[in-house]
Structure formats: C-alpha cells, structure tokens
Ligand binder design. Structure first.
Ligand code: CO
Length: 163
C-alpha cells in the first residue's frame, strides 16, 4: 500500500463526473488499498477515487470500525432529512452544514465483484451521500450553509460546553 496525494478544491478532477469501473482488477484493488491508507493517515471517515486523482466511480467510508468499499454505487432509496456539519479531505480547514437524507439505501459492488446493499441512517447516511457526490463532481462546500473554520467550530463547541 502507499499513501497518495489528496487533490484539493480547485483541481478540475473534483468537478467532473467520474466514470464507471468496467473491470475490478488488481490495479483497482491496489487503488482501493491506497485510498484506505491515505484516508486513515489523514483521519478521514470517507474518501472517493477522484480525491486521489482517479476518475472512477468508487469510494470508501469507515464508520464505527466498519469499512465500506463501494464500486459503481447507486443510491436506491432515500427519505427524511438531516443537516449536520461535514468536512472533506479535499477542502481542508472548512466545515459546513449540508442538507442530506436521514436514511439511504445504497447498492454497489465490492472488490470481489459481488453486489452489496447497505441501509444507513444518521452519520453513515451522510457519509455515503457525501462520497457519492464526489463521483458526480459535487463538493459539500458548494451546498453548505453556516460555513466555519476549524477554529470557529471549536470555539462554538466550547461555548456549548459552558452552557
Ligand atoms: Co469529501
């Protein structure tokens, strides 16, 4: 495995629709391994292939110790809404609230080429939607409200703690 450079906002690859993964071969699996290592090294909870410069439809989410690898994902169902703070490895230092479905049902392929379906709510649902957006060239920051820096967010947390 190897660490890869994370592409940051302003690079046009982040604005483009990623292409379907046609064949899950050793090269694709190596990229997935590198994505996981790179995400963990940067304390991320999700990473999409375009964020490491690969214009293919796949992402990884790791929540509560479970790694979800999704190739050619598709959101099948969604319902409800939530609007929580998000960040992104490609938008360092900025956070904002994004309206997302409270529940999603998402399908895709794992690295064995098997179809997998997950149902998620709350934070995991947000993570799936955030990463899926990357595959369509969308960044959270472009639809976020209440955008804050890490310092501002931290200051708000301290205010809350005092209440
Ligand atoms: Co992101």
């Amino acid at each position: 495995m190897a660490l890869r450079n994370i592409v940051e906002r302003g690079d046009e690859i982040l604005d483009k629709k990623a292409k379907e993964v046609k064949a899950i071969d050793d090269h694709i699996c190596m990229i997935l391994d590198d994505m996981l290592e790179t995400m963990r090294a940067n304390n991320g909870v999700g990473i999409a292939a375009p964020q490491v410069g690969i214009r293919r439809r796949m992402f990884i989410v790791e929540v509560d110790g479970v790694v979800y690898e999704m190739i050619n994902p598709e959101i099948l169902e969604q319902s409800g809404s939530q609007c929580e703070y998000e960040g992104c490895l490609s938008v360092p230092g900025l956070y904002g609230r994004v309206e997302r479905p409270e529940y999603v049902k998402i399908a895709g392929l794992n690295r064995q080429g098997e179809r997998v379906v997950y149902e998620a709510d709350g934070f995991l649902a947000t993570a799936f939607c955030h990463e899926n957006d990357h595959l369509d060239g969308q960044l959270f920051i472009d639809k976020a409200v209440d955008i804050k820096t890490a310092e501002e967010l931290y200051a708000d947390d301290e205010d809350d703690a005092e209440e």
